[in-house]
Design a protein around this ligand. Structure first.
Ligand SMILES: NC(=O)c1ccc[n+]([C@@H]2O[C@H](COP(=O)([O-])OP(=O)(O)OC[C@H]3O[C@@H](n4cnc5c(N)ncnc54)[C@H](O)[C@@H]3O)[C@@H](O)[C@H]2O)c1
Length: 351
């Protein structure tokens, strides 16, 4: 590429991870950041090598000639900010969850189509080296037909920003399910080849976050005193797919459990797999007439750099999106259906 790919950031929280990843990719220049909070924007300039900081993202879009923007703001702002960036003629990498609900996702996809721009979703776990290795194994038929998967995103006491936007339903759209459940649900669907969901039975719980004596060791985003907690801290759900497969999901921000982690267990008729963040990938199968475990070897790669590289390559016509928006919409439809099923106390259909 003769000219660099010029990246902008909106939101300087998770924006720092985008900046760090992008700076490792030859050909990407992290030109500017916009954050309402000037101190947070300045930190990205001072510590992460971003060139310029703005407090108004519209001003940044007007002033800078950007090829792509990574949007990482509270969930309730995703839809409007993403649409504004697309309408300014700039491609978007939108943080997860794609939006508050499926209706918003559809509006965002329509804006991308109208402006003939790319919209991809920050499902960064798809870009992990172990996730990519498993995808290759599954695509080559290594597990055979995957008929069931268990997906877990489990924290013992891991509510983020308690009292702030993360735990306020009108700003977040939900609790642990929409925050971390979205990651493992998406990753599991991706590995399964995105079968079409037809129905969902789910139950959501609030057992810890609303209590004054919530006990924790550390907290992403910090505690917001006298704030709200009106979202789920544990969710369980069963998703059925058109091809007959099923997916069992368990998500906790807080629960009295021993094993924490972000992992999926896949059951195929030729082999199974356990994919766990930070733990070697394991294939569970039969070989030499014996029941065996296989630990595949592969090159270690930086997850965030891989994600930002894919964004650049999609926008420059060199690659297909690893996490396209239409799949973000499917994930969101399942999340909407889990919340609806819990409210109704019965299984609901997905259209
Ligand atoms: N991929 C991941 O693993 C991951 C991790 C953390 C957060 N996230 C996602 O990133 C998003 C942001 O989360 P966070 O943890 O960075 O939150 P945060 O609250 O730490 O940061 C959000 C930032 O957005 C800024 N902001 C708010 N409104 C704005 C506006 N109108 N214009 C410009 N800036 C504005 C705030 O000032 C704040 O600095 C969320 O959607 C979250 O789900 C993803």
């Amino acid at each position: 590429m003769s000219e660099s790919f010029k990246l902008g950031l909106i939101g300087a929280g998770i924006g720092s991870a985008h900046a760090t990843g992008a700076k490792k990719v030859p050909g990407i220049e992290v030109l500017a950041v916009a954050d309402l909070n000037p101190a947070r924007g300045k930190r990205l300039v001072d510590e992460f090598g971003v060139k310029r900081a703005y407090t108004d993202y519209k001003e940044m879009l007007k002033t800078e000639r950007l090829d792509g923007v990574a949007v990482g703001v509270p969930n309730y702002l995703h839809k409007q900010i993403v649409i504004d960036v697309l309408n300014a003629g700039v491609n978007v990498l939108c943080e997860k969850p794609m939006a508050m609900n499926a209706r918003e996702c559809e509006e965002m996809i329509a804006a991308a189509k109208k402006n003939k721009k790319h919209l991809i979703i920050g499902f960064m776990h798809r870009h992990r080296d172990d996730s990519r290795a498993l995808k290759q194994i599954i695509t080559a038929g290594g597990l055979g037909e995957i008929y069931h998967a268990d997906a877990y995103a489990l924290r013992r006491r891991g509510i983020p920003g308690l009292g702030g936007w993360f735990t306020t339903k009108k700003m977040s759209g939900g609790g642990g399910l929409i925050d971390i459940g979205v990651h493992i649900l998406d990753l599991t669907l991706y590995e399964m080849g995105f079968p079409e969901p037809v129905s969902v039975s789910g139950a959501t719980y609030m057992k810890f976050g609303h209590k004054k004596d919530y006990n924790f060791v550390s907290m992403w985003g910090g505690l917001v005193k006298r704030g709200r907690f009106d979202v789920d801290d544990f969710v369980t759900a069963l998703v059925r797919f058109k091809n007959g497969a099923t997916l069992n999901l368990e998500v906790s921000w807080a629960a009295n459990i021993e094993k924490e982690g972000m992992y999926s267990v896949f059951m195929g008729d030729k082999g199974g797999a356990t994919l766990e963040n930070g733990v070697p990938l394991k294939i569970t199968t039969e070989h030499f007439g014996k029941i065996v475990d296989i630990i595949p070897q592969f090159a270690k790669e930086d997850t965030w750099a891989t994600q930002e590289k894919n964004f650049m390559e999609v926008c420059t016509g060199k690659a297909k999106p690893v996490a396209p928006a239409h799949q973000g919409l499917v994930v969101q439809k399942i999340i909407d259906a889990i919340y609806l099923s819990s409210k109704k106390g019965k299984e609901v259909k997905i259209s």
